[in-house]
Design a protein around this ligand. Structure first.
Ligand code: FAD
Length: 439
């Protein structure tokens, strides 16, 4: 199945999962209702809840689901759908608040029915979930703590909302409907069990051992891992995996890194990691023989999705070259003959990670390597400054529109280069990018 049809199928599954409960609840005998606004508010509540339930499915990292889109797109989808779902649930509350305030009962939890308190608490937790996710950085919440908070809030808000629906019992009092809603609930609970318990257990049984920690330029380190008692991981060049070091897989302290080694070797996996924060600064302390766990491979940033392309153009900045080096090494191992361009932007010559490896790859491939330095050393004869339209025109052939483009680097660079390519009339569908940031 092509990625397009696969994507279409998953979108249909999504719509069915969200809308089916609503239609089933409206079949057969339904309560008399209290007018349009009341019924509309109920429909909004059920749809919002079904959407919130599917959120767990979206972040469960099922490879077949994420493959046609790329997991970064799935996370964006997750974020915007959460906003929509929250909007629907809030409207559900607001309409009743305006149209039928006495149905809400008293606010004091000591006097109110437990299920109405559960509904109100759920709404507040959902709001907190959204606020801490949208404004994590300004609120200065560390990523790892945010992740724990996010999971805790999501599960608590969701269970409270389910309690609210069960307690109110409106629309789900017929046995068949109660079964359907209970089945849905069970499905979501099993999903949480799978993601938080079973999947880590599977990772625990497929450990990797650190076999090398190599210093690279620009405060970066390459970590080599070998499978311990299993055949390793088959991945597509350009993909990434979530790495857990010095923790059990049940701790949600994993970090995503692109493979920087050739996909032709699944028995030795390499990741090149730049020191940036709490976790990445400890990579250099990793001991040979230490156990690591991997969840992957993920990502749609791969030349293997465009096997018929006449050639490829890669554009990266700094450690963004990691997936590109994996792609180039794989292509070299596959004796690739198609023309390739790699425009690699760095601050200064001493910052250029993979410098020697790229020279070796140049000898094995039909590769034009263009280094661009923001602060060039004296006597530098190569390109300088930023990747501009003029530079792209000069570096790339006149038929540049027919190639597939892969960009990986800081967001400002990625945005600027996408804009330049757009101006140069490179079709949008031919430009693929990976951002080293998910939230
Ligand atoms: C698809 C993908 C591929 C990546 N590949 C590479 C690579 O090959 N080499 C490389 O050096 N870096 C890569 N990164 C970036 C790397 O994951 C982060 O630099 C690292 O997780 C930062 O962790 P920290 O604790 O050191 O920094 P912190 O100071 O804790 O975090 C800095 C920022 O990194 C992001 N981040 C932190 N932890 C996570 C996490 N667990 N999951 C997602 N984002 C997180 C957050 O936006 C955070 O604000 C990649 C990121 C993504 C999303």
């Amino acid at each position: 199945m092509t990625p397009f049809f696969s994507a279409l199928c998953w979108l249909s599954v999504y719509l069915v999962l969200v809308l089916a409960p609503l239609f089933v609840l409206l079949t057969g005998s339904v309560p008399a209702g209290s007018g349009f606004w009341w019924d509309f508010s109920m429909a909004l509540g059920f749809t919002g809840m079904a959407m919130m339930g599917v959120q767990f499915f979206l972040t469960a990292r099922f490879r077949h689901v994420s493959a046609p889109f790329g997991i970064d797109i799935i996370y964006y989808f997750h974020r915007y759908l959460a906003l929509m779902a929250f909007g629907l649930i809030f409207l559900h509350f607001l309409i009743i608040r305006i149209d039928n305030v006495e149905a809400l009962g008293v606010i004091n939890p000591l006097q109110a029915s437990w299920y109405m308190t559960a509904g109100r608490a759920s709404l507040m937790l959902f709001a907190l979930l959204i606020i801490t996710s949208l404004w994590r950085k300004p609120l200065r919440i560390h990523y790892d703590e945010w992740r724990m908070l996010h999971i805790g809030l999501a599960v608590a808000a969701f269970l409270l909302a389910l309690g609210h629906i069960e307690g109110v019992g409106y629309y789900i009092d017929a046995p068949a409907k109660r079964w359907l809603w209970s089945g849905y609930t069970l499905f979501w609970v099993l999903l949480i069990v799978y993601v938080r318990l079973i999947k880590p257990w599977q990772m625990h049984h497929r450990p990797y051992r650190v076999t090398e920690v190599r210093q690279e330029r620009s405060n970066s380190w390459t970590l080599a891992l070998e499978p311990d008692g299993h055949e390793g991981m088959r991945f597509k060049p350009g993909q990434f995996a979530w790495l857990t070091l010095r923790e059990s897989p049940w701790h949600v302290k994993e970090h995503p890194f692109s493979f920087s080694s050739s996909a032709a070797r699944q028995d030795r996996l390499e990741f090149t990691i730049k020191e940036l924060g709490d976790f990445t600064r400890t990579i250099k302390e990793t001991q040979i023989g230490e156990i690591a766990y991997l969840d992957g491979p993920y990502g749609a940033f791969s030349v293997d999705r465009y096997r018929g392309a006449p050639g490829f153009v890669f554009i990266a900045g700094g450690v963004g070259a990691a997936p590109i080096v994996s792609i180039l090494s794989t292509l070299a191992d596959r004796h690739e003959h198609r023309p390739l361009w790699f425009i690699y932007s760095n601050n200064c010559w001493e910052d250029v990670i993979f410098r020697e490896a790229l020279e070796t790859l140049k000898e094995r491939l039909d590769l034009r390597l263009i280094h661009v330095l923001a602060e060039p050393p004296t006597g530098w004869k190569g390109e300088t400054g930023f990747i501009t339209q003029a530079l792209l025109r000069k570096a790339l052939p006149s038929d540049m529109k027919k190639y597939e483009y892969f960009l990986c680097g800081p967001k400002p660079m990625s945005d600027a280069v996408q804009q330049e390519l757009h101006t140069l009339q490179v079709p949008l569908g031919k430009v693929h990018f990976e951002l080293f940031d998910m939230v």
